[in-house]
Design a protein around this ligand. Structure first.
Ligand code: KMH
Ligand code: ZN
Length: 274
């Protein structure tokens, strides 16, 4: 049988606005509060972006610190910082929060058109981030948005930038990345297997595809990333909360016979010792 299900909640991201969904957490206190509530419902990883009070995406280290401290004061959740930040942030801005040594951080594996903008992740920046995380003992989550990035997973493993087993997150349905469908997900998982990479994996999907890809991941033995960063609706026309999205995954996974990972199990599976 599969390992218990590790659930990541991506609480806020950089692209969604409170105008689109008033349940979106913006202040550090709101982000931490929702993370804690999601932990109590079954999520074990909090994927963290921060915002200015007016909702603008921010890279301020003191905000990351506040969220981290507020969560850690109440629950032993795995804290995962974004290094993707928002399109347009400098490489230095995106890297800064790593000095707070979160348990995990994202490592985006390539440049791409991202909606109407360009999300820049050069090979040299990927290498630099990977080495920084290695130095600080931060577990990277390798973000794969398209097929070419599978090649980058192998490159990083073979050249010692990351240690196996790596943790990979397939992010499907970003305009203009790989499409969010089950065939693509299965192809990506099998591709890494063919390459002989030792890995754990989760999948995220944008908008209306989130639920189907989450369920497919439960059934295929992967882990789940849900949350308002990727999708603001519970169902067509009904806005979601982070808590509702997590609760639904917990219920579905239980119904499908896959238990939810405890925090100890999640840390063990992901090799997080701190
Ligand atoms: N906001 C996107 C440009 C990550 O968190 O590492 C990138 C992103 C990925 O959200
Ligand atoms: Zn993110």
């Amino acid at each position: 049988m599969f390992e218990p299900l590790v659930i990541t909640v991506a609480l806020v991201g950089a692209e969604v606005s409170k105008e689109k969904n008033p349940n979106l957490p913006i202040t550090c206190k709101e982000i931490a509060r929702q993370a804690i509530e999601c932990y109590n419902l079954g999520a074990t990883i909090a994927h963290i972006h921060v915002r200015e009070e007016d909702g603008t995406p921010s890279s301020k280290v003191e905000y990351f610190q506040e969220v981290k401290e507020l969560i850690e004061k109440e629950v032993p959740m795995i804290i995962q910082f974004t290094t993707g930040g928002a399109v347009g942030m400098t490489e230095e801005e995106r890297m800064e929060p790593l000095k707070l040594k979160p348990h995990m951080a994202t490592l985006n594996l390539g440049s791409m058109n991202f909606g109407d903008e360009v999300f820049l992740n050069t090979k040299s920046y990927i290498e630099k981030l990977a080495l920084k995380m290695k130095e600080l003992g931060i577990k990277p989550e390798l973000e794969v948005y398209d097929l070419g990035m599978l090649e980058m997973v192998e490159y990083l493993v073979r050249n010692g930038y990351v240690d196996e087993p790596v943790h990979v997150d397939f992010v499907l349905g970003v305009k203009w990345g790989a499409p969010a469908n089950i065939e693509t997900l299965i192809f990506m998982v099998n591709d890494l297997r063919r390459r002989g990479i030792k890995f754990t994996w989760s999948a995220a999907a944008i908008g209306k595809h989130q639920l189907a890809i989450n369920v497919a991941s439960i059934l295929l033995g992967g882990f789940v990333r849900t949350g308002l960063e990727d999708n603001i609706y519970y169902k067509k026309g009904v806005l979601a909360t982070n808590q509702e999205l997590v609760k639904r995954i917990v219920n579905l996974s239980n119904e499908l016979g896959r238990p939810i990972a405890t925090i100890e199990q999640a840390k063990l599976i992901l090799g997080i010792r701190r």
